[in-house]
Write a protein that binds this ligand. Structure first.
Ligand code: UDX
Length: 471
């Protein structure tokens, strides 16, 4: 580092290697680059190659941007298996951690922004005396319920007792009136609280205060009361969400480049163009969750029987344990031809912004939820795992912009929920959704809470001057 040249912050950004995490952290990278920061973005080889193949990532940065692949041997392939989370962390600890240390020691990085579930990055940063900030890519409400797990255990509310799924839990402060056993993060359903996956997810969250600050992809008007609770244990929070909307606002553009790890099928956009406003329900279960063949058929019947138009993301790996092609009943083939459109992977942000979309049947991943909130699209939530159980409860009970059908999978309930969302109760849900969307827009525009918090984050990183520059 030449002490005579003006100081330019260089930030190493290290996301957990999954689509939702990479997406929001790459948007932050772009936002920081607009302030001319240099960025090193560390990803697994698989993500590295997918980003190069399916996106224009290398051409969208105005300042120095380096997409750094981690060594071979870290993969998300087994994440849905028993102890899959622990296996992934083993490889992160044995392969990514030493690599990160070596990388940081030999680079001009001045600050690390690591995913808030990668405490190995905090170990390294502390060891070599580099400032670290965490970015937790889930909602504040999910983060806070993860954080309160030790209190739930101490109070005897975990492990969940038989028949406790529908009882409210008392030890997640600020949610006592509405958070039931079934709304806790999915891994709280484990009967064995000593399982490695459970311990790991709990202890990662407990370590948040090690970082100098916590970035959250949410906004104050959406989760203010819960953020106040989090501030009692992590006072320095930067709420900069919805980060994709903040990027659009800063670039003054209607849409930004996608960070998709799969090839997007743009043809669905022309199909949407043929439909009137708010007439299509969009269906997607995110990037990781699998669905059994039985559940898939219930959804399919529910959709076809609802007689609404639908656009459905059918990821090639969506059906669990499906080696051979599944036999589709004729009535479903026919109903899909008449009213549906299926794609392997779509440009979701653009889809949700399309006037034809009137509802979103979602797994309640946090990116999907925020993208829907910002576009004012009411939701039907069918959460699968982790934070999704909490998000869906907030959609239905706190923000009141949709229905939560967790733990059911029945064609009649699905069909009725779709008709309720798209027809019968459309007025009530739309009014709430449009209100939340306007608050979301206000947050990212000049003077809004997320706009101001990003500026504060940028300022704080600028002040992290390495010791050799401080004289
Ligand atoms: C999961 C969690 O549920 C999420 O809350 C957590 O933060 C990360 O792990 P995922 O299943 O990927 O995430 O869901 P989500 O957070 O909703 O992210 C999916 C992303 O993929 C969204 O940004 C969405 O726009 C994008 N997507 C999805 C597409 O671009 N095209 C598609 O066809 C489907």
């Amino acid at each position: 580092m030449d002490p005579l040249l003006p100081f330019v912050p260089h930030v190493a950004i290290f996301p957990f290697p999954a689509q939702g995490h990479v997406n929001s952290m790459l948007k932050l990278a772009q936002l920081l680059s607009l302030s001319n920061f240099h960025i090193s973005f560390l990803v697994t080889i698989d993500t590295h190659d997918r980003l190069l193949n399916h996106t224009d990532v290398m051409s969208r940065f105005s300042s120095e941007f380096h997409l750094q692949a981690l060594p071979h041997g870290i993969s998300m392939d087994e994440i849905n298996t028993r102890d899959g989370v622990s296996k992934l962390y083993d490889s992160l600890n044995t392969i990514a951690k030493p690599f990160l240390r070596e990388f940081l020691v030999n680079s001009p990085v001045t600050c690390v922004i690591a995913d808030g579930i990668l405490s190995m990055a905090a170990d390294v940063a502390e060891e070599i005396n580099l400032p670290i900030i965490y970015f937790r890519t889930i909602s504040a409400c999910a983060f806070w319920s993860y954080f309160c797990i030790p209190a739930l255990i101490q109070a005897g509310e975990l492990p969940l007792k038989e028949n406790a799924m529908d009882l409210t839990v008392t030890k997640v402060k600020g949610m006592e009136d509405f958070l039931r056993g079934r709304d806790l993060p999915s891994f709280c359903r484990a009967s064995d609280l000593t399982s490695p996956d459970f311990r790991l997810l709990m202890t990662e969250t407990q370590q948040t205060a090690r970082a100098r600050g916590l970035i959250l992809n949410t906004f104050e008007d959406l989760e203010g009361p819960i953020l106040s609770q989090i501030r009692t244990v992590c006072p320095n929070i930067y709420t900069i969400g919805a980060v994709h909307a903040l990027l659009k606002a800063r670039l003054a553009t209607k849409s930004t480049s996608s960070n998709s790890l799969w090839q997007e099928d743009e043809s669905c956009m022309s199909w949407l163009d043929m439909h009137p406003p708010k007439s299509v329900i969009y269906v997607s279960f995110g990037s990781i969750a699998g669905v059994t063949k039985e559940d898939l058929l219930e959804f399919w019947y529910g959709l076809v029987n609802s007689e609404q138009k639908f656009l459905w993301v059918m990821r090639p790996d969506l059906i669990i344990g499906q080696e051979e092609k599944c036999q589709i009943p004729v009535e479903l083939e026919q109903g899909t031809k008449e009213r549906g459109y299926m794609a392997d992977w779509v440009p979701q942000e653009k889809v949700l912004a399309h006037t034809a979309i009137g509802g979103f049947l979602t797994h309640s991943g946090w990116n999907s939820t925020l993208e829907s909130i910002v576009e004012g699209v009411p939701m039907i939530c069918w959460p699968r795992f982790a934070d999704q159980q909490v998000n869906s409860r907030f959609v239905s009970e706190v923000w009141k912009m949709g229905l939560d059908i967790k733990d059911t999978c029945d064609r009649d309930i699905i069909g009725k929920s779709i008709r309720d969302l798209m027809e019968k109760r459309i007025g009530e849900f739309l009014q709430r959704a449009e209100h939340m969307a306007s608050l979301g827009k206000r947050a990212v525009n000049e003077g809004g809470s997320s706009y101001v918090n990003l500026d504060r984050l940028i300022q704080d990183i600028r002040l992290m001057i390495p010791p050799m520059r401080q004289s």
